[in-house]
Design a protein around this ligand. Structure first.
Ligand code: MV4
Length: 446
């Protein structure tokens, strides 16, 4: 097992990783920008190193500073958390080249899944169902026309280097395909330095369902069921659930079987999440995330597993030590991502937390690095807390969420809590009756 772990992140996820390390008896090193000198993740770590100025590019993305911090503190492993360097294959290679362990997948798999065309090709060859689309990149307009005619309109032009909704253009009919194709390529080149694009049939009312997996270096792969992440606005998730209100246990088992078998043959390691669109009872793979995700706690609550602890154990070379039959699903969990934004206009607002009280009680978990007197800096992601509830049924989880939101006091900045409170009371939400388009309409309707 590792002797010391450097956590290359900030905020709630840095605390989350520290907690797992502490329970494993492993000392932690925090890194921080000058803007985060008084942040909770620095206060609670065993050691800390300042790695640069506020701008993430010069601190949390500064690979040389982070590697130096690991070396001078004698850390033997680095956990990247989510965002920042978590899906940077070159960083994972650099960590290994310095004799340290990157707590995550192999660089080759990070790189492969970062290229959405390569990810789809790999999954197709392993028997995972895909959204109908082009076979590989579409390099000229005539080919784009042929593929779109075969698929039928509307189609989406997607950037190979994109993901999470960046670099996507829709064409509803042949006369707008050229425009969509050109704009998608130009935007992809500007944003990612790579103009490779591919085509997919546009699904008009899917749910966004993702499957959590863990794999060890001995070829054993297990899944921890699905999360329904359909409630998003502009590709920012607001609320996630485990399990999906739309999925039966039999459908979950069937998907899990296909995915774990595929990842075992791929030789995948550590934590991963496969994203699917789910419509008319059919799953279609779109992307794979090779990191721990923000919404991992809902899975932890229903499976009674510490996913970060498992990531650390696997990276240290330990076998999973259990198989799929040892994993069971109990009750229902819901997470609200609380951001420092105006709940109506979504304008970010940094500022001082004048008072803070987190909800508690049975089945309530708050993952947050906030404290009274803390100043939320304006330089980073606006998420300030995750409120997670767990109960025996979805209906009970909703009632628990309502009372937990009412207990939650974050005074001094505007947050999205009032919006979460409104979602919880909505009849469609309560019925589990929503697609990826539901929230934009809900917010628009005010
Ligand atoms: C799609 C789609 C419809 N059809 N692909 C957006 C984020 C990226 N991960 C994939 N996305 C989509 N891909 C096909 N073929 C609709 C979306 C999409 C979406 C997906 C998941 C969650 C929210 C979304 C909001 C708008 C569009």
């Amino acid at each position: 097992m590792f002797g010391k772990i450097l956590i290359a992140n900030r905020g709630e996820i840095a605390l989350r990783i520290q907690r797992a390390c502490r329970e494993l008896g492993i000392p932690t090193v925090a890194v921080h920008s000058t803007a985060d000198a008084s942040a909770m993740h620095v206060r609670l770590a065993d050691e800390s190193v300042c790695i640069g100025p506020p701008a993430a590019r010069e601190s949390y993305l500064n690979t040389a500073a982070i590697l130096s911090a690991a070396i001078i503190t004698g850390a033997d492993a680095i956990h990247p958390g989510y965002g920042f360097l978590s899906e940077n294959a070159s960083f994972a290679e650099m960590v290994a080249a310095h004799g340290l362990t990157f707590i995550g997948p192999l660089p080759e798999h990070i790189r492969q899944m970062g290229d959405k065309i390569a990810a789809k090709a790999a999954m197709a060859s392993l028997g995972v169902p895909l959204v109908p689309g082009s076979e590989g990149a579409v390099t000229d307009l005539d080919e784009a026309r042929r593929v779109a005619d075969r698929l039928g309109y509307p189609v989406l032009v997607k950037a190979a280097a994109g993901g999470g909704g960046r670099g996507m253009k829709r064409a509803d009919a042949p006369d707008t395909l050229e425009e969509a194709w050109r704009v998608a390529r130009a935007e992809a080149l500007a944003a990612f330095g790579n103009d490779a694009v591919y085509l997919e049939k546009y699904l008009d009312r899917p749910r966004h369902i993702e499957l959590q997996v863990l794999a060890d270096r001995y070829g054993d792969v297990v899944h921890f069921g699905e999360r329904d992440c359909s409630l998003q606005r502009r590709h920012q998730k607001l609320l996630e659930e485990a399990g999906s209100p739309a999925l039966s246990p039999a459908a979950r088992d069937a998907l899990g079987e296909v995915v774990t078998s595929a990842l075992s043959r791929l030789g995948y390691r550590n934590a991963g999440t496969l994203e699917f669109l789910y419509q008319d009872g059919k799953f279609a793979f779109i992307e794979m995330n090779t990191r721990l995700q923000v919404e991992h706690p809902v899975t932890e609550m229903v499976c009674d597993v510490d996913l970060v602890r498992e990531q650390i154990r696997i990276a240290a070379g330990e076998p999973l030590g259990y198989d799929q039959s040892d994993i069971s699903f109990s009750g229902h969990a819901i997470e609200c991502r609380v951001t420092a934004e105006d709940p109506e206009t979504f304008t970010p607002n940094a500022g001082r937390i004048e008072a803070y009280h987190a909800p508690g009680g049975l089945g309530v978990r708050v993952d947050s690095a906030l404290y009274a007197g803390y100043r939320v800096p304006p330089f980073y992601d606006s998420m300030v807390a995750k409120l997670i509830v767990h109960a025996r049924t979805r209906a009970e989880a909703i009632n628990r969420l309502r009372r937990a939101i009412d207990e939650f006091a974050i005074v001094g900045i505007k947050t999205t809590l009032p919006l979460h409170r409104r979602i919880v009371d909505d009849p469609d939400f309560q019925a589990g009756n929503y697609t990826i388009h539901w929230l934009e309409r809900f917010v628009g309707a005010g």
